[in-house]
Design a protein around this ligand. Structure first.
Ligand code: B12
Length: 254
């Protein structure tokens, strides 16, 4: 089993030692950072520190050195945001600090976006993506969009705070067969179910497969609200989108 001392970056070691209390979170983060490259640890440290210039520079350097965009995303950016989330939950940092971290995350994502979004393959399907009404979190949704685009999907991004009508109008306008909704707050999660209800009421539910995701969302919650699928991360989102497309084809051929 990995130990704290196996992590090279001193800042990350100190963050884990000082701020993490739950044994499973300590173990997960030690495991994660001890196997990641020093540059990824430095990137995560800069993100936790809200230092967008350094994140920007390290992301560029990492990609120039040939490190895979997915590795930069997982081991550098998402790993750093994981610690930010814990510190936010424990009231160690507050909204202004988290905003600085989110800005740093976006500075890094700006460099991986063109790589993850460049598929070079024929469009496989059209997806409407948005964060539900009342919710302003968009980092996870944007990562999903990058990965979907990179896998050949045409994605129309409705942004954050998306109403039921906006989702329905976009599906109709773009004749999309897939809809993805993101929610990060337990208070906004029910708006996914409300949107699905709105599709049913408007007699549009049969026209579209609906996938849901976001940190508080679970498979059970997705099933309860009548979604067609749940994905735990951006990779799972792409797999799910492909699987739902296959289901649509099978239904059309039946
Ligand atoms: C960054 C952040 C913010 C930033 C958001 C910036 C931005 N542009 O997004 C700011 C500072 C604005 C913010 C504000 C608030 N936040 Co906030 N925030 C976070 C934080 C730290 C990280 C979220 C994040 O980006 N994660 C990284 C991404 C990569 O992960 P992800 O979003 O989960 O996405 C992945 C998967 O879930 C999945 N996925 C996501 N969407 C979808 C969609 C589909 C279809 C699929 C298949 C998959 C999928 O794939 C993604 C990529 O792998 C979380 C902590 C946490 N643990 O989540 C709190 C957190 C979500 N926030 C929280 C809170 C309370 C708030 C505020 C209410 C705080 C306040 N008092 O004002 C406000 C709410 C504002 C609003 N109306 O939305 C709480 C929510 C608690 C709860 N139970 O509801 C959390 C959990 C922190 C905490 N533990 O207290 N926040």
């Amino acid at each position: 089993m990995a130990e704290l001392g196996d992590i090279q970056n001193e800042f990350i070691r100190a963050e884990i030692e000082e701020y993490l209390e739950r044994p499973e979170e300590i173990e997960r983060n030690i495991e994660l950072f001890s196997r990641s490259r020093p540059k990824m640890q430095d990137m995560a440290a800069a993100l936790i520190d809200g230092d967008n210039d350094t994140v920007d520079q390290l992301t560029r350097e990492a990609l120039d050195e040939g490190i895979e965009a997915l590795e930069v995303m997982d081991d550098g950016l998402i790993a750093g945001m994981g610690i930010v989330g814990i510190k936010f939950r424990e009231n160690i940092i507050f909204v202004p600090e988290v905003l600085a971290c989110a800005r740093a995350m976006k500075a890094g994502m700006a460099h991986i976006e063109p790589i993850l979004s460049a598929s070079g393959i024929d469009p496989v399907g059209t997806v409407i993506m948005g964060t539900v009404k009342g919710d302003l979190h968009d980092i996870g949704k944007n990562l999903c969009i990058m990965m979907l685009r990179g896998s050949g999907f045409v994605v129309h991004d409705l942004g954050v705070d998306t109403s039921e009508d906006e989702f329905m109008d976009a599906v109709e306008e773009h004749e999309a067969s897939l809809l993805g909704m993101s929610a990060l707050l337990t208070t906004t999660m029910p708006n996914m179910g409300k949107t699905i209800e709105a599709f049913i009421d408007a007699d549009l539910r049969e026209d579209v497969k609906i996938m849901v995701g976001g940190a508080p969302v679970t498979q059970e919650f997705a099933d309860d609200m009548g979604a067609d699928g749940y994905g735990k991360d951006a990779l799972a989102c792409v797999d799910l989108a492909k699987q739902l497309l296959e289901e649509i084809e099978e239904e059309q051929n039946a």
